[in-house]
Design a protein around this ligand. Structure first.
Ligand SMILES: CC(C)(COP(=O)(O)OP(=O)(O)OC[C@H]1O[C@@H](n2cnc3c(N)ncnc32)[C@H](O)[C@@H]1OP(=O)(O)O)[C@@H](O)C(=O)NCCC(=O)NCCS
Length: 266
């Protein structure tokens, strides 16, 4: 305290980084040690959680980050970034526009999926059988939150999201090797089966749900899982914003101008 006021040096408190002229230390490791030896995925985990991932667990994180990287201009986040760039903003603004589209229904559902998986997992730890825990968890979710179960269903991939199987396969391998527990993967499959039974057709585990399985196996809190998904999708958003800027196009709207809209006002 100086003059009764707080020390300005205490204004920002962080255990992520210590830096002064000529010195950058990240989570206790000089950045020079990380450069050239740590993968980007390992550094993401170190930065966000403070923990060091083993190579096997880092492989899972890497796979999740790769899988969610893009879904093309039909994905609202990508379309928004491409439209933004045609409005004359910079690539950073286009990136922000795209990331801002990632919410509970698109790209951000992993957060809720992980909340659901965690609830079910805790019920199992409390002695419920997997079947009962899944049924109760789904029932509670659909009554108290929404009929849409997060992490399942897709506008295009109606019976199978091609990204889900390899991701769950990697979790199974890691579980067999003792690198993760594997419970989130089992829960995700049981929820998928229960949903299919409820609907009488598949409502497949989607990319938000499959990456949530990996984030959960690694011990990531749900709200942070959404941040990790955004990091991955940012790659696709930047790539599309860049491609659009090279292609050109000015003030591009969501549909070609030849298409009208349905006016139903007075
Ligand atoms: C992604 C999503 C918007 C795609 O929707 P869609 O396939 O176009 O689905 P619709 O809203 O047209 O619904 C089609 C049917 O599937 C059902 N359905 C789709 N996703 C469902 C889900 N996650 N949980 C329960 N039912 C679902 C709908 O209830 C509807 O059933 P009905 O025909 O009996 O009324 C939707 O699946 C969803 O909201 N999922 C949860 C959020 C999520 O995970 N988002 C990330 C997507 S990658």
């Amino acid at each position: 305290m100086t003059d009764g006021r707080p020390d300005p040096g205490d204004w920002w408190r962080t255990s992520i980084i210590d830096t002064e002229p000529g010195r950058i230390v990240i989570r206790g490791r000089p950045v020079e040690e990380l450069i050239g030896t740590w993968t980007f995925a390992q550094v993401i985990w170190l930065m966000t959680t403070g923990e060091e991932l083993t190579a096997a667990r880092a492989k899972l994180l890497e796979a999740a980050l790769v899988a969610a990287v893009d879904h093309g201009p039909h994905a609202p986040s990508i379309a928004a970034a491409r439209m933004a760039i045609t409005c004359g903003v910079g690539i950073n603004n286009a990136l922000a526009s795209g990331v801002n589209m990632l919410g509970d229904v698109h790209g951000g559902a992993g957060e809720q999926a992980l909340e659901l998986f965690t609830e079910i997992s805790e019920a199992m730890e409390g002695g419920r059988s997997a079947e009962v825990a899944v049924a109760e968890g789904l029932d509670r979710w659909q009554r108290e939150r929404t009929a849409y179960v997060p992490g399942y269903g897709h506008r295009f991939h109606k019976s199978l999201d091609p990204r889900a199987l390899p991701l769950l396969g990697l979790v199974d391998e890691a579980a067999e090797a003792g690198d993760v527990i594997g419970r989130h993967a089992k829960i995700a499959r049981s929820v998928e089966k229960a949903l299919a039974d409820e609907k009488g057709r598949p409502v497949p585990l989607n990319i938000d749900g499959a990456t949530a399985v990996i984030f959960g196996e690694l011990g990531c809190p749900p709200a942070l899982a959404r941040g990790l998904f955004c990091l991955s999708r940012s790659v696709g958003i930047v790539a599309h914003a860049w491609e659009q800027s090279v292609q050109g196009g000015r003030n591009k709207g969501p549909v070609p101008p030849e298409y009208g809209l349905t006016y139903d006002g007075p």
